[in-house]
Design a protein around this ligand. Structure first.
Ligand code: ATR
Length: 274
């Protein structure tokens, strides 16, 4: 029987997920499909009811549904609860299971782009305190020994975030950067700022120690102003495209029973579609 999976969102036309999963389905010769389905928020409960009939093995959930699907799943794992969002669901025996694969995507991207990245890094700096920052904090608390400093435009939002997630996290405003910079080994931008071609005027890369790794979860453009500035300062960088590719791996494995590889060919294909 053909196994089917989907990505739901509203709108959904921009999603790169069908291209990623379609490439893997062809590569591994799997009798399966992965389709983008536009589901408006009001239609979400009916869509979930339909899922229980077993037509689909599962799928991805994107904006604006990532929080709303919580209540529609029969079971949501601890990871998705901590991150506060479900981006991947699996249907088994008429039950819908929700999880979040963004944290694995973030770690998979760094592990592939900068092997041994966590060795020698104690403190990290995370810019932004929205939904994406939550997955990054959960990932970093697993791999780093030092403090993760969350810098945000609105200090109160950073404070609320670090109060909610257990871990060695500290909240700051942007003005804390110069004093923190020398001890930082990893900089992660989780805000959408790079999407619009903007940069942070307070982020003077020359204050960072040589070798500090800089990464941005924004992948369009591939080289955000933040990454361009880091490169200009001679700092190593990892772009955000790999996070999109690696977060797709656990879903594909759950629905189609094959753990797919993130190859340079897949990356080139998705990069060409941006
Ligand atoms: P997501 O859930 O995708 O992470 P979000 O919840 O809208 O998106 O969070 C966006 C983050 O980017 C927030 O930390 C936001 O800062 P505020 O808490 O001050 O709103 C940050 N952000 C967005 N636009 C920004 C800008 N122009 N300058 C600085 N920070 C910005």
């Amino acid at each position: 029987m053909t196994k089917k999976a989907f990505v739901i969102g509203h709108p959904i036309a921009h999603s790169r997920s069908p291209l990623i999963h379609g490439t893997w389905l062809a590569e591994y010769g799997i009798d399966g499909s992965y389709e983008a389905i536009d589901v408006a928020p009001a239609a979400l409960p009916a869509f979930f009811d339909r899922l229980r009939n077993g037509e689909f093995a599962g799928g991805n959930v994107t904006i604006p549904h990532k929080e709303m699907v919580f209540d529609l799943c029969d079971s949501v794992d601890d990871l998705a609860r901590t991150i506060g969002a479900v981006n991947t669901i699996a249907v088994r025996d008429g039950r819908i299971y929700g999880t979040n694969t963004d944290y694995l995507g973030f770690l998979g991207n760094l592990d592939a782009g900068a092997p041994h990245w966590s060795e020698g890094v104690t403190d990290a700096l995370v810019i932004g305190a929205g939904g994406a920052a939550r997955a990054v904090l959960v990932a970093l608390r697993e791999r780093l020994r030092g403090t993760v400093h969350v810098l945000n435009r609105t200090l109160a939002n950073a404070q609320a975030l670090v109060a909610e997630i257990d871990g060695p996290f500290e909240a700051h405003g942007f003005d804390a950067f110069p004093a923190l910079a020398p001890r930082i080994g990893l900089v992660v931008n989780t805000s959408s700022v790079g999407m619009h071609g903007s940069r942070f005027d307070w982020l003077d890369m020359s204050l960072l120690a040589p070798g500090t790794l800089v990464t941005d979860i924004v992948y369009a453009p591939l080289v955000t102003p933040l990454l361009a500035d880091a490169r200009a300062c001679g700092l190593p960088v990892v772009d955000g495209l790999g996070m999109l590719l690696h977060q797709a791996v656990p879903g594909f494995a759950a629905w189609f029973s094959v753990t797919p590889e993130v190859t340079p060919q897949l990356r080139a294909r998705i990069e060409g579609s941006l």
